[in-house]
Design a protein around this ligand. Structure first.
Ligand code: GLU
Length: 424
């Protein structure tokens, strides 16, 4: 399914909306116009059959006003520069939403990692560091996992970086295995963070968990922990999908059963359904008559073609950029609450920040401390964003951009604006 959407143009429109609500110096818009650094490389690796194969790879550092840039590396066949630039742009605002001392970046390799052997995957991961080594580092740019990359890949990358540098440098990347300097609580932090965001907005959104039906698109790392947490809280999960398709039951599903099935390496489209269950496509899942829709897979899945078919009253963006700008405007006009990605999935990068702090200090925290700090940050920021929405009478996404942009703008202005420098 290829959709021709210039994701970055759509991403920029969100910022333009927020700008209208703020009195910003000209410098702010100028500073945020283009990515600061945008690099592509060819990763040429030897495959197990002896052949040499080239993979296109990218790293985009969008803005570093608030600190070293931060953002994951994605291994996916649809990775391209437009996508990586948009993701780096979103990271810039995501780190600022949580007041983290980071800018925003993203990386990606155009590859289907499922087609690689473990040894090929390791070579590709190390080749990524070989190519981008001069641009990354604990005080320059700090990668992390994203779609189809995981803790083991982060461990290989940390090891490759440390080898080149000639010293142990765990803080150059986050999301590592615990034994290699990872943080407790990092693996489930994105899903848990989304759960904290939902918890803190439940009353405002008039959500009563026991009477709320939910459909979740995607069953990756973030969705897996999110789904367990909302199931335990009593939400009625009626549909879950992976990249192949999903399972639906109006009576509700047991996500633990589906997760166990997936863990064996099977696809949900082959799930042995019972009488009251149906196999549905990913498109059908989005259009179900439910209360809460959770797109947790890839970007641009709700667009001009299906926006009018969405029936959910609340959309929680666990994925990055699942709703296009055009669809977003329509949904807001229909009084649908879209809880934006830069808030909803900020738990991952927040726990990454904790990992970076622990690596630098050489002192490691208990899981309870990670969860407590994560909850505090996400609850506080969610409520601040809700208040901005009320005060400015705007939608939640615009409020989140106003909130994060104010922080970036303050830092830009504190370095001196045009007004300051042109004073006689
Ligand atoms: N890839 C995740 C995201 O999109 C995590 C980034 C990070 O931890 O730096 O937020």
């Amino acid at each position: 399914m290829t959709k021709k959407i210039k994701t970055f143009d759509s991403a920029r429109k969100r910022l333009a909306k927020a700008v209208k609500y703020l009195k910003l110096s000209e410098d702010v818009e100028e500073q945020l116009k283009y990515p600061k650094v945008s690099i592509s490389a060819s990763l040429n690796i030897r495959m197990d059959n002896g052949k040499l194969k080239a993979f296109q790879a990218y790293r985009v550092q969008y803005d570093d006003t608030l600190g070293p840039t931060k953002g994951g590396i994605r291994f996916h066949p649809s990775v391209n520069l437009d996508e990586v630039t948009s993701l780096a742009f979103w990271m810039t605002f995501k780190t600022a939403v949580c007041d983290l001392p980071f800018g925003g970046a993203k990386g990606g390799v155009c590859v289907n990692p499922k087609e690689l052997s473990p040894a090929e995957l390791e070579r590709l991961s190390r080749a990524y560091i070989d190519a981008f080594y001069p641009y990354i580092g604990p005080h320059k740019d700090i990668p992390a996992p994203d779609v189809y990359t995981n803790a083991m890949i982060m461990g290989w990358m940390a090891n490759q970086y440390s080898k080149i540098k000639g010293e142990h440098t765990p803080a150059m990347i986050t999301g590592k295995p615990l034994s290699l300097g990872g943080s407790k609580g990092r693996t489930d932090a994105t899903g848990r963070g989304a759960f904290y965001v939902l918890n803190s907005l439940e009353k405002k959104l008039q959500i009563d968990p026991e009477n709320t039906t939910v459909a979740i698109q995607g069953l990756g790392n973030a969705a897996s922990s999110f789904v367990r947490l909302i199931h335990d809280k009593g939400y009625k999960i009626v549909a879950i999908s992976d990249s192949t398709g999903g399972v639906y039951s109006s009576d509700g599903l047991d996500p633990v059963q589906l997760l166990q099935y997936k863990q064996k390496g099977d696809s949900l489209i082959d799930f042995p359904i019972m009488d009251n269950q149906n196999i549905i496509s990913n498109e059908e899942l989005l259009e179900l008559d439910i209360d809460l829709l959770v797109p947790a897979a890839l970007e641009n899945v709700i667009d001009k073609n299906n926006k009018e078919k969405i029936k959910a009253r609340v959309i929680l963006e666990v994925a990055n950029g699942p709703v296009t700008d055009e669809a977003d405007e329509y949904l807001v006009s229909q009084d649908v609450f879209v809880v934006p990605d830069i808030l909803t999935n900020a738990g991952g990068v927040t726990a990454s920040y904790f990992e970076w702090v622990q690596n630098k200090a050489g002192y490691y925290w208990e899981t309870s401390e990670v969860y407590e700090r994560l909850k505090k940050i996400l609850t506080t920021e969610s409520l601040k964003i809700w208040d901005i929405k009320e005060e400015k009478s705007c939608d939640l996404r615009t409020a989140a951009y106003i909130h994060s942009l104010s922080r970036i703008a303050q830092a830009i202005d504190d370095a001196g604006t045009c007004e300051y420098f042109s004073k006689k």
